[in-house]
Each structure stands twice: as structure tokens, then as C-alpha cells.
Design a protein around this ligand. Structure first.
Ligand code: NAD
Ligand code: GLY
Length: 354
């Protein structure tokens, strides 16, 4: 088992990475402070993994909320479902929520934990590549709004993250690849050596080789933990983790949540950001080509939806959380393994790229 630590003073927490960790009763129990837990999951993941988790927690008083599957379910309506369930069950401040699922479940459960009785403990048990390398770490919690992605939420850290590599075996290929998009993101934004490693290990990753996946996930979590420890609430360097997301969130919201997977939208968003950087002479064309080739190796989309042009993008991007004083801010790659926050992109250039 690998253990990493997110260093945030009194709110520090461990990330455990192992195969079969879902049944590690002692370790799980050591992060639960009272008798009551409530598992939040969805109707795809719960049948697969809730029985193992419940067996590991059989000495606890276990309640559960099972939401319908899908990005569109990361909503205020389902936030209310969780709140109502907790209230109806007389859950107190000592209940621990356990998010069992991908980023959708992790984000909405974390937000519910942040709000219920002004904050209760929660544990992340991420079951997708994307949630294991990104969303379960760092305490960004949220629900979507029809007018914008992740627009209602809170920074609220979990008590621990349990990453079970074995859970990836049941993940559909399209979801697996979408998660790899966020993996590639780490390589582009700040770790050129890792990007090269990804280029060299594409086949092992696609085959699902456990050792390869363990290393890949560990490296991403370490990168994220380091960034979050430096800038928990995104006043600086954490914004780099949004590489590709300015365009990506616009695609997700415009197309309707769930049509494009988050990682797919981010992949196209990273290509658009790289094209912007090339047009501004910040990035070599050869680096753009490497980015495109690696994304393509995982069947990720490189081109924006046909029905989206400048107008469609810009109306969503004007609501981007990174904007300052009404000015659009982009994360632009300046090399493989290097990126910057840039608020100097002209609308003319954007129009040209989009
Ligand atoms: P997801 O949660 O929708 O999971 C993808 C699909 O896989 C779903 O259908 C799910 O039911 C299914 N699934 C999950 N685990 C499975 C398993 N082990 N076997 C079989 N099926 C499984 O999507 P995601 O890609 O995990 O997460 C995307 C979400 O994460 C988006 O809402 C995005 O905004 C959010 N996100 C948040 C952060 C953050 O920092 N909080 C970072 C990145 C993304
Ligand atoms: N996924 C972006 C962040 O956590 O900051």
C-alpha cells in the first residue's frame, strides 16, 4: 500500500492507494469518529462495491443514499435529497459520509458534508480513474447549475481518501480514457518527465496493468497534493489544474451535462488551450502535436462539437470562476511540463481559434 499525505495543518489527511483497500476494515474504521456512517453512491457503483464496503464497516450503524447515475444528477435537487435523508434519519454532527463512486458522487457528497449542520466528516472512496487522480483530492466540492458547471460549492477537505485500484477493473473503456485526460493534464501543466513516461507506457496503461496504474495514480495524487498544500483555495498556482477546463466546462454546459464526459471535454479544452498558446508564440507546434498524439492514443476528442462556435464558448467562459474583474483568464501550456495563467488573450484570437 502507498500512503501519501495532503499537508494542510489541522486539516491534513492521508491518501491510501492499494488493490482491495475497500475491505480494509481497520484502516477505514480508524477514520470514522462515531458509530454512524452514511454511504452516498449511485445505482451503478453501489451494486458493485457497496456490499464490500458494508462488510468492512459491519460494526457501524450504516445508512445509505443511492442517487441515479450521471453528471446531470450532480444537482441542487439531489443535494436536497441527501439533506432530507440525513434529517429524516436524525443524523447528527458525528455522522461520517462516505462518497463511494466517481467525481459526481465525490463532489456532491463533499458539498453535502460541508453544509449538513455546518459541516460533518466525509471520506472519499473514488472508483474512477478521474476521481482517483483528481477530484477526490483537494476538497473542491460542488453541484452543477444549468447556467454553469460546479458553480455552487465549497472548499471542504475529506478526512481520508481510499483508492482501490481493483475498482477500475469494472470501469467502461470510455470512462477509463476520460480519466486519462486528467492524467495527461498533470504532465502538460507541470511534469514533462511524467508526460514522456505516459507516452512510453500507453500500452501498459490501456491494458490496465496494476503496477503501471498504481505508479500513474500515485504520481498524479502527489502532484495534486503538493499543489493543494501550497494553494488550497486557488488564489494562485492551483488555477493551473484548470488547464483545458475553461473550454471544457463550456462544452459540458453547452452540450448538456453528461453528453460529453468531463475528461473528454477537458481533452478538447487542452488542445484549444495549446492552439491558443501556439498562436501567441508561447508554445512550439511540435509540443501541440505531442499533446494531440497522446490524447488520441486514448481515443480522446481533439475537436470541439460542430455546433459550438465563438459565441457559444464565450457566453459560458464569461462565467468562468477564474475570471478576475470581468477579464477572461486562461491556463496556457508554454512547454510540455510548463504552463502559465494568462489574461492577455484577445477576443480576435479566440474567435480565430474557435
Ligand atoms: P462519474 O462520477 O459520472 O463516473 C463516471 C461513470 O462511471 C458513471 O456512470 C459512474 O456510475 C461509473 N462508475 C464509477 N465507478 C465505476 C466503477 N468502478 N465501475 C463501473 N462504473 C463506474 O464521472 P467522473 O469522471 O468520475 O467524474 C467527473 C466529475 O468530477 C465531474 O462532475 C467533474 O466536474 C468532477 N471533477 C471534480 C474535480 C474536483 O476537484 N472536485 C476535479 C475533476 C473533476
Ligand atoms: N480539478 C481542479 C482542482 O482541483 O483544483
Amino acid at each position: 500500500m502507498t500512503t501519501l499525505q495532503v499537508e494542510l495543518g489541522t486539516r491534513s489527511y492521508p491518501i491510501y492507494i492499494d488493490s482491495g483497500i475497500l475491505s480494509n476494515s481497520d484502516l477505514l474504521s480508524s477514520h470514522i469518529r462515531s458509530k454512524r456512517v452514511c454511504i452516498v453512491s449511485n445505482d451503478i457503483v453501489a451494486p458493485l462495491y457497496a456490499p464490500t464496503l458494508k462488510e468492512a464497516l459491519k460494526h457501524f450503524d450504516i445508512d445509505e443514499v443511492i442517487l441515479p447515475d450521471g453528471e446531470a444528477e450532480k444537482s441542487l435537487a439531489n443535494f436536497d435529497v441527501i439533506m432530507s435523508h440525513l434529517l429524516a434519519g436524525n443524523h447528527g454532527r458525528d455522522t461520517t459520509l462516505i462518497a463511494l463512486g466517481g467525481g459526481v458522487i465525490g463532489d456532491i457528497t463533499g458539498f453535502a458534508a460541508a453544509c449538513y449542520q455546518r459541516g460533518i466528516d466525509f471520506i472519499q472512496v473514488p472508483t474512477t480513474v478521474l476521481s482517483q487522480v483528481d477530484s477526490s483530492v483537494g476538497g473542491k466540492t460542488a453541484v452543477n447549475h444549468p447556467l454553469g458547471k460546479n458553480m455552487i460549492g465549497a472548499f471542504y477537505q475529506p478526512k481520508a481518501v481510499f483508492i482501490d485500484l481493483a475498482s477500475l477493473k469494472s470501469l467502461p473503456a470510455r470512462e477509463f480514457n476520460a480519466g486519462i485526460s486528467e492524467v495527461i493534464k498533470y504532465g502538460i501543466l507541470g511534469d514533462g518527465e511524467f508526460f514522456t513516461w505516459l507516452e512510453q507506457h500507453t500500452n501498459d496503461i490501456k491494458k490496465g496493468d496494476t503496477g503501471t496504474l498504481a505508479y500513474m495514480i500515485e504520481r498524479c495524487c502527489q502532484c495534486k497534493a503538493d499543489i493543494v498544500a501550497t494553494d488550497e483555495t486557488e488564489s494562485g498556482v492551483r488555477a493551473l489544474l484548470n488547464l483545458g477546463h475553461t473550454f471544457g466546462h463550456a462544452i459540458e454546459a453547452d452540450q448538456g451535462y453528461g453528453k460529453w464526459l468531463h475528461g473528454e471535454a477537458v481533452a478538447t479544452g487542452m488542445v484549444l488551450a495549446a492552439k491558443l498558446a501556439v498562436a501567441m508564440s508561447l508554445l512550439e507546434v511540435s509540443d501541440l502535436r505531442r499533446i494531440e498524439a497522446l490524447l488520441l492514443a486514448f481515443d480522446l476528442p481533439l475537436v470541439a462539437p460542430e455546433n459550438m462556435g465563438f459565441e457559444e464558448f464565450i457566453c459560458h467562459m464569461r462565467r468562468d470562476k477564474k475570471n478576475l474583474a470581468g477579464k477572461l483568464r486562461f491556463i496556457l501550456p508554454t512547454a510540455i511540463g510548463q504552463s502559465e495563467i494568462n489574461d492577455d488573450v484577445s477576443e480576435e484570437l479566440l474567435q480565430q481559434i474557435l
